[in-house]
Design a binder for this molecule. Sequence first.
Ligand SMILES: NC(=O)C1=CN([C@@H]2O[C@H](COP(=O)(O)OP(=O)(O)OC[C@H]3O[C@@H](n4cnc5c(N)ncnc54)[C@H](O)[C@@H]3O)[C@@H](O)[C@H]2O)C=CC1
Ligand SMILES: O=C(O)[C@@H]1CCC=N1
Length: 280
Amino acid sequence: MSTNLRVAFIGAGNMAEAMISGIVQTGMLDAHQITVTNRGNEERLLELHNRYGVQGIKRDKVNLSSFDVIFMAMKPKDAESSLNRIKHEITSNQVVMSVLAGISTEFMQQHLKPEQQIIRVMPNTSSMLQESATAISPGDHVTMKNIKLAQSLLTCIGQVYIIEEDQMDLFTGIAGSGPAYFYYLMEHIEKTALLHGMDVAQARKIGAQTILGAAKMIMECEETPAELRQNVTSPNGTTAAGLEALADSGGGEAIKAAIEGAMNRSKEISEDLQKTPVSI
Ligand SMILES: NC(=O)C1=CN([C@@H]2O[C@H](COP(=O)(O)OP(=O)(O)OC[C@H]3O[C@@H](n4cnc5c(N)ncnc54)[C@H](O)[C@@H]3O)[C@@H](O)[C@H]2O)C=CC1
Ligand SMILES: O=C(O)[C@@H]1CCC=N1
């Protein structure tokens, strides 16, 4: 990766931090190549500087024209005003990569210059440990060189998949929001363990190792998840009883509902924004 490459994050929240942490830890970029901005929380900018060595500068003081890559990492509700501002600060040689849920490349294109290079990205917070499942959908004007740049930059926060944009809401439901489902699962494992007298710290380690082991089995074995499940399940044994209780409690439906709930919310964010008149 070029030592001259400069990357700006607009937005200094959880997602920006997870990505910065992953990028800096792999050494793909030097901390001095990264600038992070927010609207005014200087304490947060100092925190990110102290943790990762990146430059933290208030949005008003940043000149975006000197960056090769501009990551949009604010909340979707702040996208429109931010895009309207970015439009006048950058040229089409620079690439805008947006991690915002529900914000389409079409919406971004409408608010930026007609030939602006745009890539829609959906990472997750496991970026922090370089274990994100990240999707990218390139906009119409982005060069192959910048698609490759996005791939190598995002590879340092985990696995990267190029997908059609019409799959982005679904991807968000599975992977963008996905870590939260597993944390929720863990919360319930801990609660149940505690209820039956196990120490929470011990239950956390045991539960996490079980999830990690199952994930590795899925990644590394040839069997399908259904086959792997059957391998655990002895006739009339403990797993059969557990799975029956899970199904009786609507386990499968609950997983479908979670993914579809997040997917539909992503669509809804996009539709709501399209209803607002586009400001010039
Ligand atoms: N948290 C997650 O797991 C994931 C989040 N995302 C997306 O990342 C984006 C950020 O999410 P979080 O980091 O969780 O939110 P957050 O609320 O933690 O951070 C948002 C940041 O944006 C800043 N900000 C808002 N408007 C701004 C502006 N005009 N200029 C500069 N900074 C501005 C805020 O000061 C704050 O630092 C969202 O759009 C979300 O959809 C995507 C994938 C996963
Ligand atoms: O909850 C959200 O809206 C963001 C997008 C994907 C994960 N977190």
